[in-house]
Write a protein that binds this ligand. Structure first.
Ligand code: HEM
Length: 425
């Protein structure tokens, strides 16, 4: 959960700089400065250490505690008791647990989300993408966010959960609200009110889904989480709901931004777009490069498990540390020419899905959704143009994504027919 901003004089290296829309539009010079000038930086505004080198980010994600969600007692002591219902959910989400509690919840959830189940979704993802592409006006202007990048992960997510697909717009609104809680540092009263309302609604929604599925079981995470057992152990109803919420939020906001940030990166690097259009075997490495280059999840928090030294600084046990994966992903010590988008990059062990025990639970699904989307979009509409409008990045500092992405997509008469056209010829 975000900490509270306090005031101090020099803030030029503070992550609060991201509140400036110009810096948010291109945060990488700030990350380079941090890494060069003070790679393990105490940010007095956030009461946190900021870590920006690749090797240090790996160390933090590997060794530090993920138990960053405050207890209701801590919040009450800080006069923030209104946040208690949110903290109570977060305390049960795998993202904020250390072993052995983390191992227990994650193993039970993994039973519900096997690679085989992800593979089953592949054909279905293709169908969903084709239906979305059918609605696009050829030679027309679209907002890529609304037309493709938002609906695909929401629809797939609803399928994955095993709830009615027609609820996907509502699930999206709830996810967006909860995502604000995960990605931001400040507590704005109106936002907290909205998140609390969404949380209440989501909880009732999943309780009803669980009741329904006890009577009429169907495939999907709701039922698998309810029924998962390891050595007689199962999840409580509260744990099921908390982890349905983290999976839903984790799966929607980030995958949307992977798709849209990837399209924007290609539009800004037309030679890479041309290369990809000419050779679809480059799609998997291109998706990895989008994840590295414009990471949808820019940073995450941990707590120091002991007093320790890092980058010549003394970190005290229990102090907060923000690991900036998006900065580690541009570390020249790890990636050659890191500010260059290179869809053929082969040594690309980026940090976009995190590292170690909390490595993204849905990475395989996100990769599949993005790969299918890029191939189908390029097959159907190979010509893309960015509309000459200023781009606006979402105010969420942790989840990097645009509010709208106006582009023009066109068919290409001289290009090869799309796969779905070839199959009907
Ligand atoms: C491009 C898409 C995605 C990105 C960039 C992304 C990023 C991440 C990152 C960085 C973490 C680790 C956070 C940390 O260590 O603090 C994480 C964890 C997680 N992600 Fe994703 N994610 C994506 C897609 C998904 C999808 C599709 C799902 C759901 C199916 C999902 C569910 C989760 C869950 C449940 C966790 C917590 C895992 C744990 O704590 O053990 N994510 N994700």
């Amino acid at each position: 959960m975000p900490s509270i901003i306090t005031t101090s004089s020099d803030n030029s290296l503070s992550l609060c700089q991201l509140l400036d829309p110009e810096i948010l539009a291109d945060p990488y010079p700030l990350f380079h400065r941090l890494r060069r000038e003070d790679p393990v930086h105490w940010d007095p505004y956030l009461h946190s250490w900021i870590v920006t080198r690749y090797a240090d980010v790996v160390r933090v994600l590997h060794d530090f505690s993920a138990q960053t969600a405050p207890s209701p007692q801590e919040l009450t002591a800080k006069g923030l008791s209104e946040l208690n219902p949110i903290a109570q959910i977060m305390l049960k989400q795998m993202l904020f647990l250390d072993p052995p509690a983390h191992t227990r919840v994650r193993s039970l959830a993994a039973q519900a989300f096997t690679p085989q189940r992800v593979e089953v979704l592949r054909t279905h993802i293709r169908e969903v993408v084709n239906v979305l592409l059918d609605t696009i006006d050829p030679n027309g202007k679209i907002d890529l966010m609304k037309a493709l990048a938002e609906p695909l992960p929401c629809i797939v997510n609803a399928e994955m959960l095993g709830v009615p697909v027609e609820d996907y717009r509502q699930l999206k609104l709830w996810s967006q609200d909860f995502g604000e809680m995960l990605g931001n540092y400040q507590h704005a009263t109106d936002r907290v009110r909205r998140v609390l309302k969404s949380l209440g609604e989501m909880t009732s929604y999943f309780q009803a889904a669980m009741r329904e599925q006890r009577l009429h079981p169907r495939g999907g995470l709701v039922s698998s989480l309810m029924n998962a057992r390891i050595e007689g152990e199962s999840l409580t109803e509260e744990e099921v709901i908390a982890n349905l919420i983290v999976t839903m939020v984790g799966g929607q906001e980030t995958t949307t931004n992977l798709i849209a940030n990837g399209v924007l990166s290609l539009l800004r690097n037309p030679e890479q777009l041309a290369m990809l259009r000419a050779d679809f075997s480059l799609i998997p490495p291109a998706v990895e490069e989008f994840l590295r280059y414009e990471s949808p999840s820019q940073h995450t928090s941990r707590l120091a498990p002991d007093d320790m030294e890092m980058g010549g600084k003394r970190i005290r046990k229990g102090q907060a540390v923000i690991a900036v994966m998006a900065a580690g992903n541009r570390d020249p010590e790890r990636f050659a020419d890191p500010d260059r988008l290179d869809i053929t990059r082969s040594d690309n062990r980026h940090l976009a899905f995190g590292w170690a025990a909390h490595f993204c639970f849905g990475a395989a699904l996100a990769r599949m959704e993005a790969q299918v989307m890029f191939q189908s979009l390029l097959e159907r509409f190979p010509v893309w143009t960015l509309e000459p409008e200023p781009l606006k990045w979402r105010g969420n500092l942790g989840l990097r994504g645009l509010t709208v992405l106006p582009i023009r997509v066109e068919k290409c008469n001289s290009c090869r027919p799309a796969a779905h056209e070839r199959s009907t010829q």
